[in-house]
Design a protein around this ligand. Structure first.
Ligand SMILES: [Zn+2]
Ligand SMILES: [Zn+2]
Ligand SMILES: [Zn+2]
Ligand SMILES: [Zn+2]
Ligand SMILES: [Zn+2]
Ligand SMILES: [Zn+2]
Length: 380
């Protein structure tokens, strides 16, 4: 990390944590019996960076304050908190190298637009300067070319007239111009001038960490005991006042984080969406508990209300089932047999053949028939 100065600050909240938690979480079908809390330290960081832009004759400094919370940059403003001198040392602060790196990345993002603008302006400016250089050199080259053309014209004229002395004079002149003009060297000079101009137009950006501010604040951990007769349940809930986040209240059916917890009749914590009534006993259950449906009326039913038919093995609700009082077996309504003598729906396995009519009758009717016979015998 670059050399910087570090400040240690802290936030102290002036609210009552119990009031805050009571405003934020709800137990609609149970009662809070006991609630206690302790604190653990939470931290966030402010990194102050100085960015220096250097280009042409310009020098510009920009300050950026980056707030890092849970390792991520946030739009921060400390003005809403009363900050106090922190009474702790670096040893109590968790390692925040990652926070620093992320802050540095964030600075780069925040200055990107400005960097792009300056680069664009510099690029345009460089093109203009380059144009000027090219024009200047082509003007010089053209100058020499014109001179040479004029001399060549003269040379032709002298040749026509046969003035040999003057011809050799002009030839010397041509050579001296060619030496002076040296087109290749001229081209090299031009390239060099453009390179120089390009270097002048480079943008130099430097980010320096000026200050690190560590801010400590309390995170509250609550122990909450709730009761809904005859069940008891305990929750451990974290309340982070800076993140305004509550964790620890989770629906055991859908795993969603919730603010409102219902206790199912088997003691599971459940959200409102996952809390369902048994359509037979009307008790509320969570999705996990209310898996059964009556195979006759397809209503959702709890474990206590589900009965398996002794004959067909169907799972049925209590209204679609009957317990035979003699055999104590449960039958679904479609498996019960109608007794033609008493018209009652009876255990299909208890039918007997009537000695009088040869018809299949229920056990009760059969017993009656037999008793009648006996009585008849007595009175005859
Ligand atoms: Zn749920
Ligand atoms: Zn039920
Ligand atoms: Zn449940
Ligand atoms: Zn059945
Ligand atoms: Zn049913
Ligand atoms: Zn009967």
């Amino acid at each position: 990390m670059e050399k910087d100065t570090t400040a240690y600050l802290k936030i102290e909240f002036d609210f009552n944590p119990l009031d805050e938690i009571n405003k934020r979480i709800f137990f609609p079908n149970s009662e809070i019996k006991k609630i206690t809390f302790r604190e653990k330290p939470g931290f966030f960081y402010r990194f102050t960076f100085n960015t220096n832009f250097q280009y042409l004759e310009e020098k510009e400094d920009i300050l950026n304050e980056i707030y890092i919370f849970n390792s991520k940059p946030i739009e921060g403003d400390l003005s809403e908190y009363a900050l106090l001198e922190g009474d702790y040392s670096i040893n109590e602060v968790p390692d925040f190298k990652n926070s620093y790196f992320n802050a540095k990345e964030e600075v780069k993002k925040r200055i990107q637009e400005k960097t792009n603008q300056i680069s664009k302006d510099l690029g345009l400016n460089f093109e203009k300067e380059k144009d000027k250089i090219e024009k200047k050199f082509s003007f010089e080259t053209k100058g020499f070319q014109k001179e040479l053309e004029e001399i060549t014209d003269k040379l032709m004229e002298f040749a026509r007239k046969g003035e040999l002395e003057k011809i050799s004079e002009q030839k010397k002149l041509i050579n001296s111009i060619k030496e002076k003009s040296n087109f290749l060297a001229l081209e090299e000079d031009k390239v060099r001038a453009i390179q120089l101009e390009n270097q002048k137009h480079l943008l130099n950006v430097e980010n320096k960490l000026k200050k690190t501010t560590v801010i400590r604040y309390p995170i509250y951990i609550f122990n909450i005991d709730v009761k809904t007769e005859p069940l008891k349940k305990s929750f451990i809930i974290n309340f982070d006042p800076v993140a305004n986040d509550i964790s620890g209240l989770t629906c055991e059916s859908c795993s969603n984080k919730v603010k409102e917890i219902f206790i199912c009749s088997s003691g599971h914590a459940t959200c409102k969406k996952c809390s369902i009534e048994c359509q037979s006993c009307r008790k509320s259950f969570c999705k996990k508990c209310l898996k059964n449906t009556c195979e006759i009326c397809s209503r959702s039913i709890c474990k206590d209300c589900s009965v398996r038919c002794f004959r067909c093995s169907k799972l049925v609700c209590k209204t679609h089932t009957r317990k035979d009082p003699v055999s104590a077996r449960h039958y679904c309504s479609s498996c019960l047999k109608r007794c033609e003598r008493c018209t009652g729906m009876k255990d299909p396995y208890s039918f007997r053949v009537s000695k009088k009519t040869n018809a299949e009758i229920c056990e009760d009717c059969f017993r009656e028939e037999m008793q009648g016979k006996v009585l008849k015998g007595v009175f005859e």
